[in-house]
Design a protein around this ligand. Structure first.
Ligand code: 3PY
Length: 248
């Protein structure tokens, strides 16, 4: 089983997904049935126990959307918990240097590529039905390692981050606008220049670049811009749908 998100990006297409921070396996299934390639179970800003993350992953699988988990920070223990539950990829927020990105890659890979601890009894290893080199190699190939670039410091170090072994660099436009001092103008030219710098670095190093799009217009804009992976947000999509009825 290979990671279809990696395949989509390799083919030069744009993978489309949806962040969800509300615990509901039914909503996760809806994301799949609606046709999203992936769902990001957002445990940075959402509030899930690890058991709930596991149920969200199950629901994504039932509905045919690839389950990715955003963890709260770059701790190896967070990465391990997400991957052992069966996440097919991780989003790691607030990565600012090449060294930080390399540490993420190390924590996500089994030896000899990294330092991820092994237990065959976990869900990711089919509770022991998939063990040994087949599981270890498959997981090392399969897992999508994504780091967020969302500060001016990260943009400054973007080349070393791209060289770290990551599979995807994801621009967090909200954090970037706030950390760069442009909370009042998310389209400020300085922010556009930073996003372009990240995209260009991705192209130079052969690393796909993703970004968050709040709505349909943002999605179209970033697809045309050349994003390889676009995450929308369940809450904003739901509100735009609800208010299209109430605010006539
Ligand atoms: C941001 O926009 O800052 C993100 O982290 C994406 O959710």
């Amino acid at each position: 089983m290979s990671n279809n998100i990696k395949e989509i990006m390799k083919e030069g297409k744009t993978a489309l997904g949806c962040f969800i921070g509300i615990y509901s396996p039914s909503l996760a299934e809806m994301i799949g049935h609606a046709g999203f390639d992936f769902a990001v179970i957002d445990n940075e800003h959402g509030s899930f126990s690890w058991g709930e993350v596991e149920n969200m992953i199950r629901a994504c699988e039932v509905a045919g959307t690839t389950p990715i988990v955003r963890i709260v920070n770059a701790l190896p223990s967070e990465i391990l918990k997400a991957l052992d539950r069966g996440a097919r990829g991780i989003h790691v927020p607030q990565i600012n240097t090449g060294a930080e990105a390399r540490a993420v890659v190390q924590a996500a890979k089994f030896p000899p590529l990294g330092t991820r601890g092994v237990a065959y009894s976990v869900r990711a290893a089919s509770y022991g039905m998939n063990k040994g080199p087949s599981y270890l190699n498959q997981s090392n190939d399969d897992v999508l390692v994504c780091v967020h670039i969302e500060t001016p410091q990260a943009v400054e170090h973007v080349d070393e981050i791209m060289e770290s072994g990551i599979d995807l660099a994801f621009i967090g436009p909200t954090d970037l606008s706030v950390s760069a001092g442009h909370a009042d103008n998310p389209d400020h030219p300085e922010l556009e220049a930073m996003k372009n710098k990240v995209l260009e670095a991705g192209r130079r190093h052969g690393v796909p670049v993703g970004i968050l799009a709040a709505d349909r217009a943002g999605l179209d804009r970033y697809r045309a811009w050349g994003a390889n992976y676009i995450g929308t947000n369940f809450t904003s999509l739901l509100y735009s749908s609800l208010t299209s009825v109430t605010k006539q």
